[in-house]
Design a protein around this ligand. Structure first.
Ligand code: NAG
Ligand code: NAG
Ligand code: NAG
Ligand code: NAG
Ligand code: NAG
Ligand code: NAG
Ligand code: NAG
Ligand code: NAG
Ligand code: NAG
Length: 428
């Protein structure tokens, strides 16, 4: 690990917001669900308006029926969410662009619930959080095309927030991304369970829960992701443009694509600069394939190439920037398809110009477990931006029985520490 990263980590310890004891609040709001058939949105908004700044808001256990978009603007406050915000699965209502927020710039994604402000703590005690009622959404999209920016709402959006903490929070059945954090600083997520699991037997064996990413991070500094358990059909964590000083520790990813850095370079006029990321104690768990057929990678890195093919949110490319100083340590893999991957051809077409997006200084330490194919590492850097400083140690991932492990390093300037020579010819 670089000295720079260690210095930054010691700074993080003083950045965690502290929590005041209940007795210190002079405003306290307590609410309970109104009950079946009733709409709780008004009383939730009223409680946050009254106690969301310099106050304590206590949600008793049970389901709060939320029927429209909602922003919590919090300041110096604490939320005790013992129950679930239950977002009604009225698909056509939410798909009307007037009924969600579009605050997450990247890919123009929609949000039905935004948390903003500063110095807040939301604790859901492992008994509450959000119910996204995703199953009808997943069913619906088996017959309707899915596109980025099509209005499927992401469940919990933290936007323009500073010094916030979210603890012991469960998000059940997210229709789309479980979390996003954008344009925020000093946010700690400690204890997050996201679970996108199809339970409709009609679709067993298929991944009908794509785009249920655990979190996407964008334009944010000093984000901590601690103690996460993500069951999904896409990226467990997705680190996107201008994420800096991110730490992730004790993350279990069940199914999906694994942990992504990207896509990067989607917007031709915007650099995506990502640096200083430390992830450790990661576990990738392959699920019963009738429930979730994919367990793609441990970690993977992807950029668009240098040709613009269409425009965001669905197309794009041609964007620049760099990703550097990323350390991934202590990773347990259960039969993943490809443990470590990097490619710079996302959305590419034949004849495109090679990517100029620059990856460098990646460190992989202590990868164990099993892979489903014999390629353990596949770095396909761009010929227009070869990768310096690819460092490995303790890479001990077993390929399928009877096969020899393969390591591929295309356009890699210098690699150290793989257990066998890295093939510069590659196959990709
Ligand atoms: C939520 O509130 C609406 C009224 O706005 C009602 O029609 C619906 O039945 C309620 N849902 C639940 C689960 O109570
Ligand atoms: C959204 O709201 C605007 C302004 O009220 C209205 O003109 C437009 O028709 C609405 N769009 C939809 C899809 O309902
Ligand atoms: C996710 O939800 C499914 C379906 O309800 C359940 O079977 C599974 O145990 C849950 N996974 C976790 C990690 O809680
Ligand atoms: C790791 O995170 C999980 C929740 O995802 C939690 O149950 C477990 O206690 C954590 N482990 C440690 C050592 O903190
Ligand atoms: C990232 O930060 C750089 C440097 O401040 C800036 O030029 C670029 O536009 C930012 N990119 C995004 C996606 O915000
Ligand atoms: C990661 O796990 C190892 C072994 O369980 C433990 O010693 C270490 O403290 C963990 N790292 C962090 C940052 O908690
Ligand atoms: C790995 O996963 C594949 C596909 O689900 C399965 O066929 C194979 O038996 C698994 N191998 C191991 C060692 O679990
Ligand atoms: C590669 O790593 C060395 C040693 O940390 C550093 O001095 C050098 O600047 C790095 N090169 C690039 C191009 O990042
Ligand atoms: C490298 O990979 C190429 C393409 O798969 C293969 O033909 C070649 O034999 C490999 N070289 C070594 C040294 O393994």
């Amino acid at each position: 690990m670089s000295a720079r990263l260690i210095i930054w980590l010691s700074l993080l310890c003083v950045a965690i917001p502290h929590v005041l004891a209940a007795s210190t609040w002079n405003k306290v709001c307590t609410l309970a669900p109104l009950g079946d058939g009733q709409d709780d949105t008004d009383q939730v908004e009223a409680a946050i308006a009254q106690c969301g700044q310099n106050g304590l808001t206590v949600f008793e256990t049970g389901n709060y029926n939320i029927t429209r978009k909602m922003t919590w603007d919090l300041a110096s406050s604490r939320i005790e969410l013992h129950g679930y915000l239950n977002f009604q699965p009225d698909i056509q209502y939410w798909l009307n662009a007037n009924n969600t927020y579009r605050v997450v710039y990247i890919q123009d994604q929609a949000s039905w619930f935004v948390v903003t402000g500063h110095d807040f703590h939301i604790d859901a005690f492992n008994t509450g959080g959000i119910n996204g009622n995703g199953q009808p959404w997943w069913n619906y999209y088996t017959t309707v095309p899915r596109l980025d920016g099509d209005g499927r709402p992401l469940s919990l959006t933290v936007y323009q927030a500073t010094r916030g903490r979210i603890s012991n929070f469960h998000i059940q059945s997210p229709p789309f991304w479980c979390n996003a954090v954008a344009e925020s600083q000093d946010i700690v997520y400690d204890g997050m369970v996201c679970n996108a699991t199809n339970t409709n037997p009609e679709f067993y064996g298929q991944n009908i829960v794509p785009n249920t990413d655990g979190i996407d991070t964008y334009r944010s500094d000093k984000i901590s992701l601690l103690n996460w358990d993500v069951t999904c059909g896409d990226d467990c964590l997705a680190i996107k443009g201008n994420t800096t000083n991110l730490i992730a520790n004790n993350i279990t990813c069940r199914g999906g694509n694994g942990i992504a850095f990207g896509s990067l370079g989607q917007y031709v006029d915007l650099n995506d600069d990502v640096e200083n990321v430390l992830m450790e104690n990661l576990s990738m768990v392959r699920l019963d394939p009738s429930i979730q057929p994919n367990m793609g990678t441990g970690v993977y890195f992807k950029s668009f190439d240098a040709t613009v093919n269409g425009s965001p949110p669905t197309g794009g490319g041609g964007g620049g920037g760099y990703l550097k100083n990323v350390v991934i340590r202590n990773v347990m893999l259960d039969n993943v398809t490809l443990p470590i991957q990097l490619y710079q051809t996302n959305g590419a077409q034949p004849g495109d110009a090679p990517s100029k997006y620059q990856f460098s200084d990646l460190t992989f330490i202590g990868f164990s477990g099993t892979a489903q194919t014999n390629t353990i590492v596949d770095l396909a850097c761009s010929p227009a931006a070869p990768c310096p400083n690819m460092s490995f140690s303790g890479i001990d991932v077993a390929p399928p029985a009877g096969q020899a492990a393969k390591y591929i390093c295309q356009n890699v300037i210098n690699e150290i520490g793989l257990p066998a020579p890295c093939n510069v010819t590659g196959t990709d």
